[in-house]
Design a protein around this ligand. Structure first.
Ligand SMILES: [Zn+2]
Length: 54
């Protein structure tokens, strides 16, 4: 699953087009992070997706 992020309103989603009309960009995966410092971002993104448009 690829999480996309809108560069305009900074909201996450799975659709390429944001509700604001901007094109979302793919968020880079945290391959080389042993402590997984992006885990919190992923959780937040998942919550945002749930609240938004998917
Ligand atoms: Zn947006």
């Amino acid at each position: 699953m690829h999480i996309l992020k809108c560069p305009s309103c900074m909201l996450y989603g799975l659709k390429e087009t944001c509700a604001c009309g901007s094109v979302r960009v793919r968020v880079k995966p945290a391959k080389y992070s042993p402590e997984d410092k992006y885990a919190d971002y992923r959780r937040k993104a998942k919550q945002d997706v749930g609240r938004q448009d998917v």
